[in-house]
Design a protein around this ligand. Structure first.
Ligand code: C5P
Length: 218
């Protein structure tokens, strides 16, 4: 049994990688397993929230009682999120959104015989920063939480990222070695400073994060 700290709240999350097509069979993606985001969706539901999980391609089962919306690309993820953002009290961006997409994906499968393809890339939208800007202009709703995986100097980079993206709370870890693992070690960054969570499995950390979010919603 988990304390119902998010009873009556609506939580929207992104999780997993995104997949940016090059042609009908090839694409750009990353090694996010979705485990952390799915654990947070489960923990939010256990805490009494109504949870919507906008998920890139993963092999994971949807947690019981959570509404999952499947997307592939970052633009699909952004559209699915923005359609629901005004009906949400909390937004948590956990997805590892691909940084770039191919400007125009080929309609047919590219043929090796035609030589090396020339891929024009363009940046994907920053979903978390877009939601945070929207929240700031509409009375700070939803409360926005971001994630950061940093390869070094976690505290400095995570706090800088929190300010750059305009979110009140950011969870950071040293990555990307946590991708696909069951354990993680998180620190929380907000105006109060740094809160270090113990090394634990992702579900335990998700429950601690949900408690930290609930405290800040009071
Ligand atoms: O910039 P970076 O990818 O390190 O930021 C990580 C945080 O921003 C995560 O919360 C991630 O879900 C979010 N993000 C996003 N859209 C992007 C890139 C990152 O929502 N295009």
């Amino acid at each position: 049994f988990q304390p119902q700290v998010l009873a009556g709240r609506r939580v929207l999350l992104t999780a997993g990688p995104t997949y940016e097509p090059i042609d009908p069979v090839r694409g750009i993606t990353n090694l996010s397993s979705g485990k952390m985001g799915y654990a947070i969706a489960r923990a939010a539901r256990e805490a009494g929230a109504e949870v919507t999980l906008v998920s890139g391609p993963t092999a994971l089962a949807c947690p019981t009682g959570v509404a999952r919306i499947d997307v592939r690309s970052a633009t699909q993820m952004l559209d699915a999120v923005m359609a629901r953002v005004d009906a949400s009290d909390v937004f948590i961006g956990v997805a590892a959104v691909a940084d770039w997409r191919v400007v125009s994906a080929a309609k047919g499968k590219l043929k090796k015989e035609d030589g090396l393809p020339k891929l024009d890339l363009e940046p994907n939208p920053d979903i978390l920063a877009t939601v945070a800007r929207h929240a700031q202009s509409s009375g700070h709703k939803p409360y926005c939480v971001g994630f950061a995986a940093e390869s070094d100097n976690l505290d400095a980079h995570a706090e800088a990222k929190r300010l750059r993206k305009g979110v009140p709370l950011l969870a950071g870890n040293l990555g990307p070695q946590t991708f696909g693992q069951d354990d993680n070690e998180l620190a929380l960054y907000d105006d109060r400073g740094i809160t270090r969570l113990p090394r634990a499995d992702k579900l335990m950390l998700a429950r601690l994060l949900i408690r930290a979010i609930a405290e800040r919603l009071q």
